[in-house]
Design a protein around this ligand. Structure first.
Ligand code: EPZ
Length: 417
């Protein structure tokens, strides 16, 4: 198993392009099932989670082709409605295929995605609201056996929590439904807007994406389309945290600064100098970051939960003590014990982490526990004196196409071996 090796303590300087967003391409790949033709998707990142989604589409009968950052999916002949357990287990967010498979085939069988490293990952909001739209879903021994006896029919949906995945599943299911669907308390993430843009480019009628009320007027059929995925704001925030802990000055290209407002605000509070204009973000840090007295993760447009681990890692070298409150997931601190092996002073209690900044971290062997926790260990290693080796980097490859390549372009002493 390969590992990442970092010689930390060096300032970062340089520029790089940010890849397409994992959390945008995944629901969009599911949505291609609604198109009985070809979807051409550009700026598609090379990630293991994307590979799993493409395997699911192929398993269902679609013809999938990748040429670099461009993926073409032809869903003319969908001849299966079952997602194998092995693929469901590889990627918890496969649940977002449920609405699409049901809409396309009238039935679906898939295993409950189960928990993951972040704690229980219930899908009750997905199931409850797909049932309201007309699905019959039986949960039997960890499997979801689903049918759609009379097709999806538009309804008013009230999400008890602004779940990203549940909003996406309902949007996809409602696209070809009979009549109008309104989603109240919808998630507002940029990835929701990108999914709506993709579907509308194929002839869907979706209005209000990005606000907390989304209206979908069902249409009979969608047509071929081509779409470019938005940049990955979480990857961008990871590299902002990297320059925050190392010092230096970096330029991130192919970003949408407006989508990073929550992170930019936090970085400015820590003393970073930020220059943002269309598509470009320059981030400089001249000395140790200032602490953040209280940082709450929120639904969009608040500070994103996925940026929490890298930013927390940065604050292990802050001047002062920071308090994190994780409001989205139940168990997002699995990586903290590994970060403490670098000498960080962190105490966690439930959703709260208290980070007492120190002037020095020391390199050590550590192991990734999940995707963003792994990214946090990379940030910690960059800020530690000496050598840090990171094991189980398969977690990191789920969400970063090549974090070693990227950080090398910013001047880091990092390699994969
Ligand atoms: C998406 O996950 C992202 N994944 C996550 O990114 C991200 O952290 C999350 O949204 C929040 O922004 C993808 O888009 C593939 P949720 P999702 O439904 O859809 C609870 C990463 O690192 N909940 O908004 O699963 C759930 O348990 C990943 O890239 C229910 O209770 O997030 C969690 O506590 C991690 N019942 C909270 O809502 C449900 O039916 C947020 O979940 C669904 C969710």
């Amino acid at each position: 198993m390969s590992k990442i090796v970092i010689e930390g303590g060096k300032k970062l300087n340089g520029a790089l392009e940010i890849d397409g967003a994992k959390n945008s391409i995944l629901p969009i790949l599911a949505a291609t099932l609604l198109i009985e033709g070809t979807s051409e998707i550009h700026n598609c990142p090379v990630l293991s989670d994307v590979d799993v989604a493409l395997k699911i589409l192929s398993h269902l009968g679609c013809v999938v082709k990748r040429e670099g950052q461009c993926v073409t999916v032809n869903c003319q002949n969908v001849n299966c409605a079952e997602v194998p357990h092995s693929l469901m287990r590889e990627m918890r967010s496969s649940i977002v295929f449920l609405g699409a498979i049901l809409a396309r085939t009238g039935k679906a069988v898939m295993s409950s995605p189960g928990g993951c490293e972040l704690g229980p990952r219930p899908v009750d909001l997905h199931i409850k609201n797909l049932k309201i739209l007309g699905a019959q879903i039986e949960e039997d021994g960890g499997f979801l056996n689903c049918t759609l006896p009379e097709g999806f029919k538009g309804k008013e949906i009230y999400l008890s929590f602004a779940s990203v995945g549940a909003t996406e599943n309902v949007m996809i299911a409602a696209t070809l439904a009979q009549g109008k669907t309104i989603i109240h308390n919808a998630a507002r993430e940029p990835e929701i807007v990108d999914l709506a843009d993709f579907l509308n480019s194929a002839g869907a009628k979706i209005f209000g994406a990005g606000s907390n009320t989304i209206e979908i007027i069902g249409v009979d059929k969608l047509h071929d389309t081509s779409h470019k995925i938005i940049p990955d704001r979480i990857i961008a925030s990871t590299y902002m945290a990297a320059v925050g802990i190392c010092g230096g000055s970096i330029t991130l290209k192919n970003v949408i600064p407006a989508q990073l407002a929550g992170v930019i605000d936090v970085m400015k509070q820590t003393g970073a100098e930020i220059f943002a204009r269309e598509g470009i973000l320059k981030v400089s840090m001249k000395k140790r970051p200032r602490r953040i007295s209280s940082l709450h993760t929120q639904i969009y447009p608040g500070f994103p939960t996925d940026s929490g681990p890298p930013i927390l890692a940065m604050l292990t070298k802050a001047r002062g003590t920071s308090v994190f409150v994780e409001n989205i997931f139940q168990n997002r601190y699995n990586y903290v014990d590994e970060l403490k092996r670098l000498g960080a002073n962190i105490e966690t209690e439930g959703r709260v982490a208290v980070v007492e900044g120190c002037s020095r971290l020391s390199g050590a062997p550590v192991r990734a526990t999940d995707l963003r926790g792994g990214a946090a260990l990379v940030v910690g290693g960059l800020g530690a004196q000496g050598i840090t080796t990171i094991d189980k980097i398969c977690y990191i490859k789920r969400g970063y196409a090549d974090i070693v390549r990227d950080l090398k372009m910013l001047g880091a002493e990092i390699k994969e071996e």
